[in-house]
Ligand binder design. Structure first.
Ligand SMILES: NC(=O)c1ccc[n+]([C@@H]2O[C@H](COP(=O)([O-])OP(=O)(O)OC[C@H]3O[C@@H](n4cnc5c(N)ncnc54)[C@H](OP(=O)(O)O)[C@@H]3O)[C@@H](O)[C@H]2O)c1
Length: 283
């Protein structure tokens, strides 16, 4: 049986679906989960309270560990979570970390993920660490502006990053959960090409059949928006990467292709698949 934490999230819900489609038994975990795809067992637990995970971990062979929300700013204990996983006899853990764990070694925003990585590497179970760059789905933040004004407002309009499709992260995670060839590996996950916020707006516009405007926000304006949906240190770290990416953050990683045997999905493909979320305005 495989336990998927963050099972209602962007990556986790695809991991659950892919594992079920592959014939695995799955326990889908989050704090508020109410139902799960056919065949998966939903269970509520709070990663901030490691003991609450124990019932879900009974009989588990592998765990997808997705630290999110207040876990990233100090709630709970990475060591206690990994101890609970180890004590349950789990053989393999796949951690959803971040590329910035390595590229921003001093950043407060990613200190918690570095801690999860360190604790996991020192633990008993086999591990695979996934370090994605920015998610294509972060552009869901533009939905209100696109629906209301046909405009995307973002900072650093001409700074491109190789955003990764969360569906690719989920496919890599499902592969690593099922196949020991990925044990002990750390994978950097990116898309196939850098795409600037201005180009993202054009791709979303093409997907929904309308030309979108683009408004460049100042860092301060962007901070005011981001800090409403994520903790301030995480928002600061995100803006640092968006505005001044390092060479490593600009590089296209081969790891999605290494694991899946195909190129990563493009931002345009992500936008096409998610067009309905931005509203259909063609015609
Ligand atoms: N977005 C990016 O650009 C980016 C880049 C690199 C890495 N990452 C990593 O990816 C992670 C986010 O993945 P995602 O987008 O798939 O997540 P998401 O859509 O934000 O969903 C978070 C999931 O975690 C659950 N959760 C939150 N707090 C929890 C807790 N205390 N105990 C148990 N479950 C909890 C949520 O469900 P409940 O609310 O029901 O608990 C939900 O299922 C981030 O945390 C970050 O570390 C993101």
């Amino acid at each position: 049986m495989i336990v998927v934490t963050g099972a209602t999230g962007t990556v986790g819900r695809d991991v659950v679906r892919l594992l079920i489609e592959a014939g695995e038994k799955v326990t889908a975990v989050s704090r508020h989960i109410a139902d799960a795809p056919d065949g998966a067992v939903p269970m509520r637990a709070d990663l901030a309270d490691a003991a609450s995970l124990r019932p879900a971990l009974e009989g588990a062979d592998a765990v997808f560990l997705c630290p999110a929300g207040d876990l990233l700013t100090g709630a709970g204990s990475p060591a206690e979570i990994v101890e609970a996983i180890e004590a349950a006899g789990v053989r393999r853990v796949v951690l959803l970390s971040s590329q910035a764990s390595e590229t921003r070694p001093e950043a407060v925003s990613h200190a918690r993920l570095r801690e999860f990585e360190g604790v996991l590497r020192a633990s008993g179970p086999h591990w695979t660490i996934l370090r994605p760059g920015g998610f294509a789905s972060n552009t869901y933040a533009h939905i209100p502006g696109v629906r209301a004004d046909r405009t995307v407002a973002a900072p650093f309009g001409d700074v491109g990053l190789p955003l990764v499709d969360p569906a690719d992260i989920a496919e890599v995670a499902a592969a690593a959960l099922r196949d020991g060839r990925h044990d002990g590996r750390t994978y950097v996950l990116t898309g196939p090409a850098a795409v600037t916020p201005r180009e993202q707006a054009a791709a979303i516009g093409a997907a929904i059949g309308v030309e979108l405007g683009f408004t460049e926000l100042t860092r301060e304006q962007a901070m005011a928006r981001l800090s409403q949906v994520m903790p301030v240190p995480v928002a600061e770290g995100t803006l640092d990467i968006m505005g001044s990416p390092t060479d490593a953050e600009l590089a296209i990683s081969p790891h999605v292709e290494d694991v899946l045997g195909r190129a990563p999905r493009s931002f345009a493909e992500w936008a096409g698949r998610n067009a309905a979320a931005f509203g259909t305005m063609a015609g």
